[in-house]
Design a protein around this ligand. Structure first.
Ligand code: PEP
Ligand code: MG
Length: 407
């Protein structure tokens, strides 16, 4: 039963150069660390992070309250944080402060029990552990690209190897990138990158990213599917129901027609955030239409809609607004609430994709989480960027350690 004797935090820079926190906790002679990413296309309903300076002050306050307390498992520790914060969105302590501590505590338990982190996470989960498919964002658009580069309207054009084996999948993503480079060169596109390390393609036609991926798929040796994250909350103008990007604009019916067209033409596996986070009726209509046309094997993925919040997932599932979900620990602010949200989504028969944020650190926690809770996908950006690659490499490390155990 670990007691935390000290916690210290420092301010570091994330992959976008913005300030975030790294926290270390101490119990006896065990020290563990965690750092927290941050999003740019953030959902309105996410838990609220504190300014990094304030987060460090809050850390001291939490440590004073935790003095001499014992916590038997992650849930007990997280419940202590929830009670101390006392708000539904962590606005007192900050979801970044609570998440950093919660991840440190999970790592502390793992070290104390001398078992891997994913096993500690699996103990909290109702699911069996398994390897997720990789969702690699290879063409970046929307808010993740400098506006002057005239990015495509959709935020992410994802390449998803069919293999579940992380080693084989990562190799497939790297070889896809090589082919993609040659296609981009042949189209005269320069080598510019977005926040998640994907290539930048300029244009207003949202289909263009998929057209390029499809051309690449024809020369790529391996089986891959595609997905998109439209991140439609950041396109929604709030006026006359119009989604806007530069000189283009679509109402929800026009967008739905585009989605159905591209889903069929490119055999899409997934469409994330097709509509605004507060326009649930548009999601419900789209899902109904897919069912009527017997195309309901498309993953319609909630991110800003559901924000890793069990209550919002329940409402969306009961309303039939989606059939899959993005799970981002910092949208909620503790490890156990994150796992509970994923478990609930699975109970509704939804697919679960654990995800990074666009401003990342080198913390690889989400890889253990994805394997430990048996997620269907891990979305961690382009492996050309170190802070993304560490997540994919951690999955491979887990696989190797399991193989060694078997021998
Ligand atoms: C996303 O929208 O899925 C995403 C990773 O972006 P951000 O971290 O900017 O919210
Ligand atoms: Mg998203």
């Amino acid at each position: 039963m670990p007691k935390i004797s000290a916690a210290k935090g420092v301010i570091i820079n994330d992959s976008r150069g913005e300030k975030t926190i790294e926290v270390a906790i101490l119990s006896g002679d065990i020290e563990t660390k965690a750092s927290v990413p941050s999003g740019k296309s953030r959902g309105k309903h996410e838990a609220k992070p504190a300014e990094p300076e304030k987060a460090l002050q809050n850390l001291d306050k939490i440590m004073r309250a935790a003095a001499l307390k014992d916590f038997r498992n992650i849930r007990e520790f997280d419940d202590f944080l929830l009670e101390l914060d006392g708000t539904p969105d962590k606005r007192n302590l900050g979801a970044n402060t609570t998440l950093a501590l919660s991840v440190c505590f999970a790592r502390l338990l793992a070290k104390e029990k001398n078992i891997p982190l994913y096993e500690i996470l699996n103990n909290e989960s109702a699911s069996a552990s398994s390897f997720p498919r990789l969702f690699a964002n290879l063409i970046n658009g929307g808010l993740h690209v400098d506006h002057d580069l005239n990015p495509l309207p959709f935020q992410e054009y994802l390449v998803i190897p069919q293999a579940h084996d992380p080693d084989e999948s990562l190799r497939s993503v790297f070889s896809f990138i090589e082919s993609l480079k040659s296609i981009l060169v042949s189209r005269g596109a320069g080598e510019r990158f977005g926040d998640e390390g994907g290539f930048v393609v300029s244009g207003v036609n949202p289909e263009l990213g998929l057209e390029i991926l499809d051309e690449t798929r024809r020369i790529h040796d391996g089986n891959v599917d595609f997905g998109i994250d439209a991140a439609a909350s950041s396109l929604y103008s709030g006026k006359d129901g119009i989604y806007k990007w530069r000189e283009s604009g679509w109402n929800n019916e026009e967008l739905a027609r585009i989605y159905k067209w591209i889903a069929k033409r490119y055999g899409l596996l997934s469409i994330e955030d097709p509509f605004d986070e507060d326009k649930e009726e548009e999601w419900i209509g789209f899902m109904r239409d897919l069912r009527d046309k017997e195309e309901s094997d498309l993953w319609v993925v909630g991110d800003d809609l559901t924000v890793t919040n069990a209550e919002r997932i329940k409402n969306a599932a009961e309303a039939n607004a989606a059939n899959a979900v993005i799970i981002k620990p910092n949208q909620r602010g503790t490890v156990s609430e994150t796992i509970r949200a994923a478990d609930l989504a699975k109970q509704f028969g939804w697919k679960v994709i654990v995800s990074h944020r666009s401003g990342e650190t080198e913390d690889d926690f989400i890889a253990d989480l994805a394997y430990g809770i048996g997620a269907d996908g891990l979305k961690a950006g382009s492996p050309l960027r170190g802070e993304r690659l560490v997540k994919y490499k951690r999955l491979i490390e887990i696989k190797k350690s399991l193989e060694n155990k078997e021998q």
